[in-house]
Unconditional design. Sequence first.
Lengths: 268, 199, 199
Amino acid sequence: MSGDTLIDGPAITLPEDDWQGIGTAASEDAALYLELDGWEGPLDLLLDLARRQKVDLRRISILDLVDQYLTYIERAEALRLELAADYLVMAAWLAYLKSALLLPRDEQEEPSAEELALRLQLRLQRLAAMRDAAARLMGRDRLGRDVFARGAPEGLRVDRKNKWQCDWFALVQAYGQVKARTQPVVHMVRDRMVMTLDSALARVSSMLGVTLDWMELGEFLPAHADPRLRRSAMASSFVAALELARLGKAELRQDEVFGPLHLRGIKA
Amino acid sequence: MDELVRAVEATLFAAGEPMSAEQISAHLGGANVRDALAELAAHYEGRGVHLVERGKRWHFQTAADLAHLLRREKEEVRRLSRAATEVLAIVAYHEPVSRAEIEAIRGVQTAKGTLDVLMEAGWVRIVGRREVPGRPVIYATTPDFLIHFGLASRRDLPGIDELRAAGLLDPVEDALAEAMETAGEAESAEAPEQEESAD
Amino acid sequence: MDELVRAVEATLFAAGEPMSAEQISAHLGGANVRDALAELAAHYEGRGVHLVERGKRWHFQTAADLAHLLRREKEEVRRLSRAATEVLAIVAYHEPVSRAEIEAIRGVQTAKGTLDVLMEAGWVRIVGRREVPGRPVIYATTPDFLIHFGLASRRDLPGIDELRAAGLLDPVEDALAEAMETAGEAESAEAPEQEESAD
């Protein structure tokens, strides 16, 4: 805050009385010091100096401003005060700007000194605008300072209550799935009458030994067997016939597609 | 509007707790606030907020007939979780049933919360204790359960064979389905007696 | 007195924090509360308590002109450092804005702590990232900021229209380009033939 900025009055005499940035030391111990922390950097100091020109920021004299800044920094240096580097950088830049501004226009480099000066001016305007805006904002009627909300509101309570949703389908399906998941898996194979391949082989080959005539496959099956046994015997006897043919013990004949299959034994 | 009345109104509004006329007066530099309080109380009569005096202390409060506005119930429709649906189905098919029995049927532990949800929903209730060691609590469905699911009675719940016919069972091996069918039939036929005999 | 107006009045009096018209409506079962809000705001105008709208949310608060009566017993609100007030103003007038942009305006580095203080106060929040190299975080003000500073919306920020009209919310580069152009035109007015040939 500017109010915290202390400097001995006579040591740095600035041209105008309404100097805001620097105060007079309260103590008489003549310890001179300059607290640049009072400004938020060189741009802040420049803005303070610019406002002292008491003209619209759009019409400030950049040359005057540069002079004031440089004077200020020189005095601080004369007092052997430690200056933050950015203040010195700004001083160097402003010294350059000043010399450039003093050159005839044709000799200026790009960007021109006017452009640099204008840029500085625009920055100062923007900072000033925000500083004023901040002050106006802080000066508004603020809740808790100037205006107050109800001290003890009863409060609104919304008690949430769940309304559970489920339908018949989901319920029944869930039960079915529990059952399907947890029922012990029992695999029952019914006792079935079958003719094994071995017994069919024995039966067919022994029956082939009795006659040399062609016999239809069906004749090899047990005559009065249960229908299910007959199906099993048919399958086993067919495989047995193929096996005997492969071994050269029997020959097969089929007159038409899907027609009856005949076989007869071959004499060894 | 009278400035003092405004000041009293604002003071009471911002106050953290009820204030006596003396306190308000002290706050407002010693003004006599009785008339202002009476005027305010009359003004707020019939509004949504009343200025009331309780034990010599004044405060604003919501009109009594609007108190219900301060506490509102909001219903949130939520779908029953998969686990809860299974438990509900087991209770419905096997009731009355203990938690241990539910777990035995599901093959997994049943969180206490699952049954709580079903009771909160109003579909399941505790109907007593089974007279076996440990006297476990037993659960059954409620009349609301029948209403919600559109069932005239529990007998309307389909049997397993019907479930399969309706394609409600996941495809499983024939043998398994066959075994289940037998088991299911036996169960649905025996279920009532079985429950009773278990007591 | 209209029942809906009473209900809205009671709801807002009782509410712990500002409510939007939609929230009030939802609380009151979907009623259209716009007219009721307007009627209440008109009724309380001039009283010790006002109904105000801040960033689309409504609340009652004491009349600003009575601040001197109420302030004494209230805690002073947090004092912001000058840096923090400046940063807050820059965020409010330029939002959304990155830290680098704030620093460009202030001409100094902004301590992280300064933005933290504003975020802790609930007045500033991070609203995303700028899609430029480095993807810097960008900041904006909150609804609480509007409430605290008594702004119906950001358009109510003091002097924002004037600042915008004066181009003071535009980046320096834009203003510079414009100023150089104007200067160029002024120059070309002195040397018309040159300018035309350049066209």
